[in-house]
Design a protein around this ligand. Structure first.
Ligand SMILES: *Cc1c(COP(=O)(O)O)cnc(C)c1O
Length: 391
């Protein structure tokens, strides 16, 4: 019997049934281009605008503050490069954190080549950046701060409200990458006080191909794609209506089940953490409490995360090591090294990210195989003393 335990929901999630049904119905019944004049076009337009309204409502935003993009990386790029362009006459200083997703870091690094200056907020051993460090980093020429709500590798939550408040006092734009948070924890743009926020449908049960950038009313973010009048002239191109509808339905569904789902996920996560930490030389990465309900991430001494992920895959357990985007390169995770972890240990990182489909039996299966895999890898490494009996 082959059992597959998918524990890589931070990379992407399966499409939830409600979204799948809504999308299938839509594709079967509609074909119009929302920009047209005739009835087919207007029918598509109604579905698109209804999805916009529902997504806005789910995060406490207004309908005209939601801009659809194809994925989270696109929304992150737009927010950062757009804000830099919008505020370039006020200054050229940008602040972000040292544990951001590559879509944010690479956008900031691109801006650096264009004459902007970028400050990276340090994080503590749990991966948390502090509002105090932001206060110190803010300057008169700071135009933008971008700090993620929750980290994709280690699950740590950041003090976004406090940071956004500091930025508001100084009239500095504040963007948050909430790709791991929307659909997983309650998110309200007004309670948070953010100016821009990124979400991506495929991280909460929607399909790939639909994401959104929230832009607070009054912020005249320059267009990302010049073209037709789509997205109020800021992102031209025919909209992926079916995927956008799927994202709206998935978001409502994930919010509906959130209290119960998070109770279940947290219990499974905590059991996984407790048991895995019994393995000699296993370390929890990220914050012990302030972390995503589904994230259990570790670093194992004396093993390569890649080898562990491949051996786990062979045993029907699908996980990630470091961030999916850095897989294939031999660089240690920038997130883990930012927490002060030694490179050798960071190379042994394995992330389990649980989702709605996971069960206690999945955790049993993981817990049966992880110690075996760790031990086997260590036994193949002659220089390693980990896991061998300590006297
Ligand atoms: C997945 C992810 C992204 C990128 O989203 P894509 O839709 O894959 O482009 C950005 N930020 C975080 C925190 C993510 O987890």
């Amino acid at each position: 019997m082959t059992r597959t335990v998918y524990a890589d929901h931070a990379a992407t999630t399966p499409v939830c049934r409600a979204a799948l049904e809504a999308m299938t119905d839509y594709i079967q019944q509609h074909h119009g281009n929302p920009s047209g004049l005739h009835s087919s076009a207007q029918a598509a337009k109604r579905v698109l605008e209804d999805a916009r309204e529902r997504i806005a409502a789910a995060i406490g935003a207004k309908k005209n503050e939601i801009y659809f993009t194809s994925n989270g990386s696109e929304a992150d790029n737009w927010a950062i490069k757009g804000a830099a362009e919008l505020r370039k006459d006020r200054g050229r200083h940008i602040i972000t954190s040292s544990v951001e997703h590559p879509a944010v870091i690479a956008s900031c690094e691109h801006l650096r080549t264009m004459g902007y200056e970028v400050s990276y907020l340090p994080v503590d051993g749990h991966g948390e950046a502090s509002a105090d460090s932001l206060r110190e980093a803010l300057r008169d020429d700071t135009i933008l701060v971008s700090v993620m709500m929750a980290n994709n590798e280690i699950g740590t939550l950041q003090p976004i409200e406090e940071m956004a408040r500091l930025c508001k006092e100084k009239d500095v734009l504040f963007h948050t990458d909430a790709v791991q948070t929307v659909g997983h924890l309650p998110v309200d743009v007004n309670e948070l006080g953010v100016d821009m926020l990124t979400m991506a449908g495929h991280k909460f049960g929607g399909p790939k191909g639909a994401a959104a950038l929230y832009v607070r009313q009054g912020i005249k973010l320059p267009p990302l794609i010049h073209g037709g009048g789509q997205e109020r002239g800021r992102r031209g191109g025919t909209e992926n209506v079916a995927a956008i509808l799927g994202m709206a339905v998935a978001l409502e569904e994930s919010i509906r089940v959130m209290p119960e789902a998070n109770e279940r996920l947290t219990a499974m996560r905590d059991r996984l953490i407790e048991e895995v930490l019994k393995i000699h030389g296993a370390h929890l990465t990220g914050h012990p409490e302030r972390r995503l309900p589904g994230n259990a991430s570790f670093a194992f001494e004396c093993i390569e995360g890649e080898s562990a992920a491949l051996m786990l895959n062979y045993r029907g357990i699908e996980v990630s090591t470091g961030s999916a985007c850095s897989t294939g390169s031999l660089e240690a995770s920038h997130v883990l090294t930012a927490t002060g972890m030694a490179k050798e240990l960071a190379h042994g990182s394995v992330r389990f990210s649980l989702g709605h489909g996971n069960t206690e039996e999945d955790i049993d299966h993981i817990l049966e195989h992880v110690p075996v895999v760790v031990e086997r890898l260590r036994s193949m490494s002659p220089l390693c003393n980990c896991g061998k009996k300590e006297d």
